[in-house]
Design a protein around this ligand. Structure first.
Ligand code: SF4
Length: 339
């Protein structure tokens, strides 16, 4: 298969999608003693969505809902158990090593922990040069030109001074700007940002989200923004998907999802945000109704039924709702209440 390119034809079944994910499963076998199998982690369990060029989508859910496993599967770091992944018309599961390398150049990755993402004993200049060398930019002058432009684009100036620093000499916000610069260096078509501000001081979170939003708009990037915090999505994305127990339970344009949530779990996430004027505004409270479900032994039927205040006896614990009831245009929800 030829290497995927952002300018290639769109995925089958879609007129414009850059990324098309259809019935994706990523399961892991847990082994405790030697090869003795102790369970299957159903981290991603039948997820479908599309992402257009230039579109920003948030993936929202509690810790352990499968959203980071979804991100790592899209990055090619986990092999899907089943389902299909098309990027710019190419099926990813069949890519060989060289094509996978070409695909990764098309997909920038912004990790949760910027300090952990940056090699501690390398200067910023060398950290940013590495992906360019790996992807065949051999002329030193061209590498420096790209590094300088990327640092300036993310607000790290003067570039010559920043390039000579080690990660520990930078603040957390500056480190995350370097991670974003690295993600942009190869001029990707898509960015995956996995909880990009959750380990930063509250004072710089808005700055980093605003920066991501600006570069996404300016480069017309597809953006998958993964977060546990629904309060951070409103101004930065076009659409939002809510994950629960490895599945997508609701997806819609972000305004519709925030104003007219259709799934009881989305309602619970919103209620946990609390009063924006209260003293603890911006700090989500625990979602009511108990813990997130086990991905090894998920509840039967609707996975939310043990926590759901609207669960219908004899139905919700037995029958999993399909993921695509459409109570409103462009709004899909997995809940029997919207049948
Ligand atoms: Fe609640 Fe039933 Fe809807 Fe699940 S399907 S969210 S248990 S009402």
């Amino acid at each position: 298969m030829s290497a995927p390119a952002a300018t290639a034809a769109s995925a089958p079944g879609s007129d414009s999608a850059l990324l098309e994910v259809d019935g994706l499963y990523t399961h892991f076998e847990l082994r405790q003693w030697g090869f003795l199998r102790t369970g299957t982690v159903r981290a991603v369990d039948g997820v479908s969505f599309t992402l257009d060029a230039g579109e920003a989508t948030a993936v929202v859910g509690e810790s352990g809902c499968g959203k980071s496993s979804l991100a790592r599967t899209l990055l090619g770091l986990h092999r899907p158990t089943a389902g299909s992944l098309h990027f710019a018309g190419s099926e990813l599961s069949s890519l060989g090593r060289a094509d996978l390398k070409a695909y990764r150049a098309q997909v920038g990755y912004v990790q949760q922990d910027p300090y952990g993402a940056l090699p501690p004993f390398m200067e910023v200049r060398r950290i940013l040069a590495e992906p360019l060398i790996v992807h065949g930019i051999r002329r030193r002058a061209e590498r420096w030109q790209r590094i300088q432009a990327a640092l300036e684009e993310v607000g790290l100036a003067p570039a010559t001074e920043i390039a000579g620093k080690f990660p520990h000499q930078l603040s957390g916000g500056q480190q995350q700007r370097v991670v974003i610069a690295r993600a942009l260096l190869l001029r990707p078509a898509m960015l995956i940002a996995d909880e990009p501000v959750s380990m930063l001081d509250a004072s710089v979170r808005v700055e980093i989200l605003t920066l991501l939003h600006r570069v996404q708009q300016e480069h017309r990037l597809a953006l998958l923004y993964i977060t546990h915090d629904l309060s951070t999505v409103r101004h930065y994305v076009d659409r939002a998907m809510v994950m629960y127990g490895g599945r997508v339970v609701e997806q819609a344009p972000v305004d519709a999802l925030l104003r007219h949530p259709q799934h009881p779990y989305t309602e619970a996430l919103l209620s946990a945000l609390g009063d924006p004027d209260a003293a603890n505004a911006g700090r989500p409270r625990p979602v009511p109704g108990g813990e997130a479900p086990s991905l090894i032994h998920p509840p039967s039927g609707c996975r939310y039924h043990p926590r759901c205040p609207h669960a219908m006896a004899g139905r919700c614990e037995l029958e999993p709702p399909p993921p695509d009831f459409r109570p409103r245009p462009e709004h899909r929800v997995a809940c029997w209440l919207r049948e």
